[in-house]
Design a binder for this molecule. Structure first.
Ligand SMILES: *Cc1c(COP(=O)(O)O)cnc(C)c1O
Length: 449
């Protein structure tokens, strides 16, 4: 009877015959490792997902990952919550399940079930964004970069967009604001200087070709010392007086006040009440949801954006719509504690310590490993709150050859991303799901063994 859950596992030769694995080099090792990991999962949770399709896909991804391809689940032990290389936000269970169910079946993506008529997919997220932001209209696209491009095309093609020189940011990758502006067909009109921009700089730049005032959240850096920027309220007043829309690219920041939202981070609701005509923000960075770009604000501007033919190129697929709608519902219901990003941002370091101590105790049993519980620093990541380190707790490992050790962790099952710092391998518990503690220990033990 104790073996009952294990009977759900396929035999090695059955798993190996799966089309994803059959005939691949090292498939037998991968299949055995996958089955061992599945047994560990079943020990913790007799209802764990161990269907053959899932195991075969996971083992195949492990084989591909060793060759530099293939996406695998990763235990994030870096302490960086919105880790862009790890896909930013791990979804809330409700959002992940919504994507799963939308993915494996047909769904009423563009069909009104009551009337049988075609209905746009935007209806599935519009109300949720409006409720969250207090806006009268909203739309959602593939990411915040796409939201910026569409907004610039709809409101400013061939005309000037005023931006402070202190806000001409590069977010990372190829995202440089001046290039995005040009690619969207708008003309950049820079005002002010790197550190100081005054209301008169904006007002003085307005001319008949001006289409928009754009404020950009300087997500990932701070200018200190002798600095001044123009508050959104003042920009709104200047825009209104001239009949020019004011758009706030909030990008990252905080959408969950009182739960990790910090005072000097932009809040989408605050942007609109300060007078912005539109606010743009990321579904992952701001909501802890799927990658998406959300646009909220004036109905006439939203309608112009939705008329752009490129809207089709940037639209959300059914799985993202499902995950975004579920995430918005969690925000509306005040159930944001079930959103992992929010939970990780707000968890007191003291709660991490017992878990770190258990991990260190498990590791110190091994010869050749010295594990110590240490204070660490986590970060929100994703370009958010660069000045606000999150006090955290880590296990620091002294091992022979820490880079090689970290590589073995990355290629472990499950994969673990650690931080190598000051000659030690750091495992920060802030970004590790408690449900993964046993698997984390198992991967580290295997890397040390
Ligand atoms: C992150 C960010 C973007 C880009 O958002 P994506 O969703 O990654 O496309 C744009 N603007 C700002 C201010 C950002 O922080």
């Amino acid at each position: 009877v104790a073996d009952a859950p294990f009977r759900r596992l396929p035999a090695v030769h059955v798993l190996l015959a799966h089309p994803l694995l059959a005939g691949r080099p090292h498939a037998a090792e991968a299949a055995r490792a996958e089955l061992a990991a599945a047994r560990d999962r079943l020990r913790l949770d007799p209802d764990a997902v161990v269907e053959i399709e899932h195991l075969a896909a996971s083992a195949a991804a492990m084989l591909s990952a060793a060759a530099g391809a293939g996406m695998r689940p990763v235990i994030n032990a870096t302490g960086i919550i919105l880790h862009t290389n790890l896909g930013r936000a791990p979804l809330a269970e409700a959002a992940a399940l919504a994507a799963y169910h939308a993915g494996r079946a047909y769904a009423s993506l563009e069909l009104d079930l009551a009337t049988g008529e075609r209905a746009g997919r935007q209806r599935l997220v519009r109300d949720g964004i409006c409720r969250l932001t207090g806006a009268d209209a909203a739309t959602a696209v593939n990411n915040c970069a796409a939201a910026t491009v569409l907004t610039l095309r709809a409101l400013a093609a061939g005309r000037e967009v005023i931006v402070s020189r202190g806000q001409l940011v590069e977010i990372g990758g190829n995202y440089r604001l001046p290039d995005i502006l040009t690619a969207s067909g708008a003309v950049l009109r820079e005002v002010g200087t790197t550190n100081i921009t005054r209301p008169a700089d904006y007002a003085g730049a307005i001319n008949p070709r001006t289409a928009m005032i754009l404020r950009v959240h300087t997500s990932n850096f701070r200018v200190r010392g002798f600095t001044r920027s123009v508050p959104l309220e003042d920009l709104a007043r200047i825009g209104q007086a001239a009949g020019i829309p004011v758009v706030d690219d909030a990008g990252s920041g905080a959408a969950f006040d009182g739960a990790g939202g910090s005072a000097d981070e932009p809040d989408v609701r605050r942007s609109l009440s300060a007078g912005a005509d539109l606010v743009l923000f990321s579904g992952d960075k701001l909501l802890g949801g799927p990658q998406a770009g959300l646009i909220a604000g004036r109905p006439d501007h939203i309608a112009a954006i939705e008329r752009d033919p490129l809207m089709r190129a940037f639209r959300l697929d059914k799985m993202t719509v499902a995950a975004l709608a579920a995430t918005l519902e969690l925000h509306a219901a005040g159930a944001i504690a079930s959103i992992p990003v929010v939970a990780m941002l707000t968890r007191p370091a003291a709660e991490l310590r017992p878990r770190a101590e258990a991990l260190a105790a498990g590791l110190n049993r091994l010869p050749g490993v010295a594990a110590e519980v240490v204070e660490a620093t986590g970060y929100a990541g994703g370009g958010s709150t660069p000045d606000e380190p999150l006090p955290s707790v880590a296990v620091a490992l002294t091992v022979e050859g820490e880079s090689a050790f970290a590589r073995r962790l990355r290629l472990g099952n499950p994969a673990v991303l650690a931080r190598v710092h000051a000659g030690r391998v750091w495992l920060d518990l802030r970004t590790v799901f408690e449900r993964d503690d046993a698997a984390l220990l198992a991967t580290v033990l295997a890397a040390a063994g």
